[in-house]
Design a protein around this ligand. Structure first.
Ligand code: A4P
Ligand code: MG
Length: 205
């Protein structure tokens, strides 16, 4: 069982866990995560032959942010080649950078995937578009942002795709939910665990 600790930034304590073929959602406080949508649509492990564990960052600060997360999780799970295994709790966070904008909800999803990195990015961008994502301002407000944080120990350096995500190690809003799921995962470039990276962040970011 993942525990979220006592960090006050963790506003929503909802957890979706896979136990065998059964997905269980636990709501520890706050509203959000109706287990029905995301948990019930999780796929059986025997439906595909996934290879890599990947971690996807979710961010939203427009509309019903939790609903956007559930929709994104369901859509990810609906992609052939992606299975959502677990989702962190949802964190209320102050915007970092960009224009003045509403507070964010941030979370991280653990997925199994047999898609190549560029195909995974294309699928995530298709889901962003489907959920009404527009790109008006750099780091501006968005219904949903889906970023690839880690894909096993894969390193990708392409003009349109960098894995690990190039700013993940600087961001509390990424590392806190990620540490709920994979505190001991090692950053393949920095050779530090997620827990170590989080403890190295001193500011609010
Ligand atoms: N791209 C390259 N690598 C990746 C990757 N690993 N995953 C490219 C996803 N995309 C990747 O992204 C811009 C381009 O990055 C894509 O076309 C893709 O080819 P985008 O989603 O269009 O725009 P973005 O997310 O605004 O850009 P960027 O630079 O990735 O922003 P960040 O770093 O994600 O920051 N504050 C809070 N509290 N919470 C947030 O979630 N998010 C941002 C955006 C700023 N402040 C925030 C939050
Ligand atoms: Mg993005």
């Amino acid at each position: 069982m993942v525990t979220a600790g006592s960090d006050p930034q963790i506003a929503q304590m909802t957890q979706i866990e896979r136990r065998g073929n059964e997905c269980v959602a636990e709501e520890r406080s706050g509203q959000t995560c109706s287990p029905s949508s995301s948990a019930q649509s999780a796929k059986s492990a025997d439906k595909k032959d996934p290879h890599l564990l990947a971690y996807i960052a979710l961010g939203s600060n427009i509309g019903d942010r939790a609903k956007n997360f559930h929709a994104a999780i369901d859509l990810m799970n609906g992609v052939e080649g992606i299975s959502v295994l677990r989702v962190s709790s949802f964190h209320d966070t102050k915007p970092v950078g960009g224009p003045p904008q509403p507070d964010y909800l941030n979370a991280v999803a653990e997925v199994e995937t047999d898609l190549p990195p560029t195909d995974l990015l294309a699928e995530l961008q298709r889901i962003e578009r489907r959920l009404g994502r527009t790109r008006a301002a750099h780091w501006g407000p968005r219904t949903i942002d889906l970023d690839i944080l880690l894909m096993g120990d894969t390193i990708v350096d392409e003009p349109h795709l960098t894995i690990p995500h190039p700013r993940m190690h600087e961001r509390r809003f990424v590392l806190e939910p990620l540490c709920e799921l994979a505190p001991d995962a090692v950053h393949p470039r920095l050779k530090k665990t997620m827990r170590e990276l989080l403890s190295g962040i001193t500011g609010a970011e």
